[in-house]
Design a protein around this ligand. Structure first.
Ligand code: PLP
Length: 397
């Protein structure tokens, strides 16, 4: 599939070759169940614990604070539901933001139906949560604050350390969905005062269907899946050994390459942003110019439908995504772009390009050329654009 220009690394990444190599023996020779007692099984058990050690080390946690899950969605569900259930006697109020991933938002809606109250903090035009607004939202019965580390659509990085500090000053637990940030930025759960953190394997060159939830030692938890005694009796089910080994290998690789890769991606990202903003008229960058993921660019083009642009880019072999989520038949504008205050027209004309370890300058330049060509073509056929030009012409007379 070498003919594609893949610029959708926020959706998923390709499993790295060394990750696959690390996984294969655990699908073949070492197939034992980690819970069994014979020597064959010891290999599986040791491999799972080695991966746990690598991951714990990466975020400055203890090994016993890392719980393997079936991915980012499960980690988010578990964090919110378990804390809510454990602390409901203390209070039933949760604070989150309007721009979270649906794994958080829909879990919050579920909890609301069970009698919990949720405050969805607004964000400013760049997508930042205000620490001041957060403080004001805190109540006596607030038990959990869940704010994502980095936004998956517009890349905005939240002031995580500040949020952790605010939460802890008031004795409230702090969860962060770090699925996009993990392995893209250095994370220190102690320094940043994070109590729970979600991450996912397939967003950082590992396999799909594996993730972890970091749970600080003092956080009260309830099991998410009931059954066997795996994962310290909190997440039952035979471990996804090969997946966990692959996740560990991906993290070990990222540990070595993170800073260098982030710097390389930042240069390409800024080149992409500069070219698009200067060469495509009536365009804006969504999110913060500086405080954003090193691999994320998100634009809105006036007078076009993002969906149409994606189809044309796909025909050129360019894999990108819109800021909007398609719901059967109707195209709802993205909740994130709405939350930063974009009118529907701009929210519908959005394009997210997310870079990866293998992205080259040549690919970026080819993508810019394709975007320029297709946006111009789409505007040519647009009544709204013609109208706009006609009005401009009137004004200039
Ligand atoms: C992808 C993503 C998830 C979901 O992770 P899965 O492993 O695909 O379930 C959750 N949160 C954010 C911010 C994501 O980008």
């Amino acid at each position: 599939m070498g003919e594609f220009i893949y610029l959708d690394h926020a959706a998923t990444t390709q499993t790295a070759p060394e990750v696959l190599d690390a996984m294969l023996p655990y699908l073949q020779e070492y197939y034992g169940n980690p819970s069994s007692s014979y020597r064959l099984a010891v290999s599986s058990r040791k491999a799972v614990e080695k991966a746990r050690g690598v991951i714990a080390d990466m975020i400055h946690a203890k090994e016993q604070e890392i719980f393997f899950t079936g991915g980012g969605t499960e980690s988010d569900n578990w964090a919110l539901k378990a804390v809510a259930e454990s602390l409901q006697k203390k209070g039933r109020h949760i604070i989150t933001t309007q721009i979270e991933h649906h794994a958080i938002l829909h879990t919050c809606e579920y909890l609301e139906k069970r009698g919990f109250e949720v405050t969805y903090l607004p964000v400013n035009e760049q997508g930042f949560v205000s620490p001041h607004t957060l403080k004001q939202a805190i109540r006596k019965d607030t038990v959990l604050i869940s704010v994502m580390f980095a936004n998956n659509e517009i890349g905005t990085l939240q002031p995580v350390s500040q949020i952790g500090q605010i939460a802890h000053e008031r004795g409230i637990l702090f969860h962060t969905d770090a699925v996009q940030a993990f392995c893209q930025m250095s994370i220190d759960v102690r320094e940043m005062q994070i109590d729970l953190m979600s991450a996912s394997g397939h967003k950082c060159y590992g396999p799909k269907g594996v993730g972890f939830l970091y749970v600080g030692e003092r956080v009260p938890m309830t099991p998410f899946l009931h059954g066997g005694a795996q994962e310290r009796k909190l997440r039952a089910g035979t471990e996804n050994v090969a997946g966990i080994v692959g996740f560990g290998a991906a993290v070990a690789m990222c540990k070595k390459t993170l800073l260098e890769r982030a710097e390389k991606e930042r240069v390409l990202r800024d080149h992409l942003i500069d070219r698009i903003l200067s060469e495509v008229p009536y365009t804006r960058l969504n999110g913060s110019r500086k405080m954003r993921l090193p691999n994320n660019a998100n634009f809105s083009f006036q007078f076009i439908e993002g969906e149409n642009l994606l189809v044309l880019l796909d025909m050129d072999g360019i894999c990108a995504s819109g800021g909007s989520a398609c719901t059967t038949g109707s195209t709802e504008p993205s909740h994130v772009l709405k939350a930063i205050g974009l009118p529907d027209g701009l929210a519908n004309g959005s394009l997210r390009l997310t870079l990866g370890a293998g992205t080259s300058m040549e690919e970026i330049d080819r993508t810019v050329e394709a975007v320029k060509k297709h946006v111009a073509k789409l505007r040519d056929g647009s009544v709204v654009y013609e109208d706009f030009l006609a009005r401009q012409w009137d004004h200039s007379l």
